[in-house]
Design a protein around this ligand. Structure first.
Ligand SMILES: Cc1ncc(COP(=O)(O)O)c(C=O)c1O
Length: 398
């Protein structure tokens, strides 16, 4: 008898098993309802404590109606890349609205934050340049930086002195660019932007900031951390996303007109991809108006974040992050214990994501709890009660 031929795809199962045995395998969960504070999963209604829908706009009827109207009037897709025939008047209108909101000369849409970072960074720096990158930067910044072929120096998280030291030794590099998240997605803390701008000025460097978790959330007009710190400098190139607080999908880079024109010509993730569909763009346009006109949503978010942060700290959990930021990381340590807590919370009606390596460094696994401005005090209190009960059951707190 001939033995069966070897399975050419056997590596997949083997590698999945490896992930599973180290508690690092990931699974999709299906949400059967709209993205509201409470969502339906497996037929059960649970409190959603892990969405980036910070302002509660993802299921706002005004965005949904704007989408529906745009789809009815203009169809389902852009049909081509923006530079071919896919540039529609809605794209222009949203870019103008984003530039005005951000106080920038121009903005350019990208199909997601991941696209923006992977396209814009390599368009701004190349093999003759130096990039200084915070050690906790988001994966899309890391990937964009790698694609640029620039020399990368990683600096200690938020460490001004380390940036200064590495910039002072800048050598013969043509350009230098500091790249950082402004609100760190897994830690909920802020980059020391005023210091970074000062260093960029001193050393004639650029500063590329990823405002994914700050857009719509920080600053009086919700423009982000750059507004929060009152900064204005042409060397700051701002990237923001539309899929988190703005409740829609996509991203943008805002800067001076000539920089945007360069991105439009050079950013491969802009040039070689189909334009965003009209329904998505229309929802984002409606979201910009809400963000601008309803600052009370940001105030509500600050109050809810403090309520959750204080409540969890009082229970004895190690809570990180910055007051006023709607990301509340609850440090656990090992991946296994973190996932056990996430499961125990789910059993108690709270969906909270366990974050493990490679998203965070080994030994720093955590529950990343996030708030929505549309949550009630009662819902946040319910989340705190679930943490108390699950934490005690697992021996994580007394
Ligand atoms: C800091 C940061 N940058 C970029 C992204 C990517 O944005 P998007 O989800 O629009 O691709 C994310 C989140 O996913 C993020 O947290």
């Amino acid at each position: 008898m001939r033995s069966p031929p070897p399975d050419p795809l056997a590596f997949a199962g083997a590698e999945l098993l490896e992930l599973e045995t180290s508690d690092l395998r990931r699974f999709l969960r299906t949400v059967e309802s709209a993205q509201a504070p409470e969502v339906r999963i497996d037929g059960r209604t649970v409190l959603c404590l892990c969405s980036n829908n910070y302002l509660g706009l993802a299921d706002d009827p005004r965005l949904a109606r704007a989408s529906a109207r745009a789809a009815e009037a203009l169809g389902a897709g852009a049909g081509a890349s923006r530079l071919i025939s896919g540039n529609m008047s809605l794209h222009d209108e949203l870019e103008r609205a984003l530039a005005t909101w951000k106080g920038a000369e121009r903005a350019l849409l990208f199909n997601s934050g991941y696209h923006a970072n992977c396209g814009a960074i390599p368009a701004l720096v190349g093999s003759r340049d130096l990039v200084l990158s915070d050690e906790l930067n988001h994966a899309s910044l890391i990937d964009g930086t790698r694609l640029s072929r620039a020399t990368v120096r990683v600096f200690r998280h938020g460490d001004r002195a380390d940036v200064a030291r590495q910039l002072a030794d800048r050598g013969a590099f043509r350009r230098a660019m500091i790249v950082t998240d402004t609100v760190f997605s897994m830690d909920g803390d802020l980059a020391p932007l005023p210091d970074l701008v000062a260093l960029a000025r001193e050393h004639e460097a650029l500063l590329y900031v990823d405002e994914a978790h700050a857009s719509g959330v920080l600053g009086e007009a919700g423009r982000g951390a750059v507004e929060h710190f009152g900064l204005a400098d042409p060397r700051i190139i701002q990237m923001g996303t539309l899929g988190k607080a703005l409740g829609s999908f996509g991203a943008f880079v805002a800067s001076r007109g000539d920089v945007i024109e360069l991105l439009l010509n050079r950013a491969r993730s802009f040039v070689f991809t189909t334009g965003l569909p009209p329904a998505v763009v229309a929802a984002a346009l409606a979201a910009v108006a809400v963000v601008r006109d309803e600052p009370e949503r940001r105030r509500r978010l600050v109050a809810l974040s403090s309520r959750l942060r204080d409540g969890l700290a009082a229970l004895g959990f190690r809570v990180g992050g910055e007051p006023g930021v709607p990301i509340v990381p609850v440090l656990i340590g090992e991946a296994g214990a973190t996932m056990e807590l996430a499961r125990a919370l789910f059993e108690r009606g709270v969906l909270a994501s366990g974050i493990r390596p490679p998203t965070v460094p080994p030994g720093t696994s955590r529950i990343r709890a996030t708030l929505m401005a549309t949550m009630s005090d009662e819902q946040v209190d319910r989340a705190i009660d679930a943490f108390a009960d699950a934490g005690r059951a697992l021996g994580l707190i007394r």
